[in-house]
Design a protein around this ligand. Structure first.
Ligand SMILES: Cc1ncc(C[n+]2csc(CCOP(=O)(O)OP(=O)(O)O)c2C)c(N)n1
Ligand code: SF4
Ligand SMILES: [Mg+2]
Length: 316
């Protein structure tokens, strides 16, 4: 697991977590608390956080309690980017009038459902209007707080309650949407793909994103123990294998320039990644061999394509 470099650790350990303990995410959940903490640790000074409805929101803010010790705004499933756009615009007006002087960072968190699907329109608007906001998607590949329904981020072959596997259907039929690329198409200053198992990578990307005034987007791979049917101490290992097997490459697009931020020395086994997750259990059956091969071919094809677009000399 890639934790923070020693020098960075010394800096962040004394900091108070901006998402406190005592939240109600599932035992072993690596999606919600780690995504929030890894991101917020990299931000200095005042911060305003907004969450779309999703696990991060419902497990941290059940009335009358909250685990957030920063200004925090609840949103519906679809409009976190729009709400925070309004907050950032008001802040700019108040600053102009001299009523606020502190530099403040605005961070929106949305799950994949709230980002890839139902909040895509408000995200796209926020990016195009140029708000000075960092949008972070914690991608746990499904609608998890409502009981594990598929989203457009759910990978091909995965079982969810709305994509069951049986004699005729092998789990989700369609491939996942590549949202990082969709966002990159908005031609903003900074877009990146990261993974909660690579803490230093998340840290670096947040730091770099915040050097830009304007919209920036980071898509963080964040396994759901419950929905993916993963042993409660294996969430980070599954996340790690996603990147090491080339399924979830770590890269950034800075001012239009693609760069791999981590290049695994040797491609890890995708079968190993599948084996750790109950949602893919049925893929071990002989009749699904062809589908698994198709999934692997797709990973290799996409990785090669991305690699070509990247400045490979910049890879770790
Ligand atoms: C318009 C609307 N449709 C459906 C819902 C119910 N709902 C709330 S959160 C959610 C799924 C959230 O999925 P995601 O954004 O991936 O977050 P996760 O729970 O996986 O963390 C759904 C279906 C809603 N609140 N509003
Ligand atoms: S349902 Fe999944 S993402 Fe949500 S709190 Fe539980 S383990 Fe975490
Ligand atoms: Mg989700």
């Amino acid at each position: 697991m890639k934790t923070l470099d020693r020098e960075v650790l010394k800096k962040v350990i004394p900091l108070q977590d901006r998402l406190e303990s005592g939240h109600r995410s599932c035992r072993g959940c690596v999606a919600v608390p780690l995504a929030a903490r890894h991101v917020l640790r990299a931000i200095e000074g005042p911060v305003v956080v907004a969450c779309a409805t999703g696990c991060m929101e419902v497990t941290t803010s059940i009335y009358p309690e909250t685990s957030w010790n920063v200004p925090w705004i609840h949103n519906t499933f679809e409009n976190v980017a729009a709400t925070l756009s309004g907050v950032e615009a008001s802040y700019n007006v108040l600053k102009k009038k001299g009523k606020i002087s502190k530099e403040t960072t605005f961070v929106a968190f949305g799950g994949d459902g709230g980002t890839y699907d139902i909040g895509l329109q408000s995200l796209s608007g926020m990016l195009e209007r140029g708000h000075n906001i960092l949008y972070v998607c914690y991608d746990n590949e499904g609608y998890m707080n409502t009981g594990n329904q598929r989203s457009s981020a759910t990978p091909q072959g995965a079982i969810t309650t709305t994509t069951p596997a049986g004699k005729k259907v092998p789990g989700k039929k369609r491939r996942r949407k590549d949202l990082t690329e969709v966002v990159a198409g908005h031609d903003i200053e900074y877009v990146a793909q990261s993974n909660i198992a690579y803490q230093q990578d998340v840290y670096n990307k947040v730091k770099k994103a915040l050097t830009y005034k304007g919209p920036k987007f980071i898509n963080i791979y964040a396994p759901c123990i419950l929905g993916w049917k993963v042993q409660s101490d294996m969430g980070l290992e599954v996340a790690r294998l996603a990147t090491e097997s080339h399924f979830w490459p770590l890269y950034e697009v800075e001012q239009g320039q693609y760069k791999m931020t981590y290049k695994p020395e040797k491609q890890a086994s995708f079968d190993e990644y599948l084996k750790l997750q109950g949602r893919f259990k049925h893929l071990a059956k002989p009749e699904n061999k062809k589908l698994v091969q198709e999934m692997k071919d797709n990973i290799d094809q996409k990785y090669q394509y991305l690699f070509k677009k990247c400045d490979c000399l910049g890879a770790e």
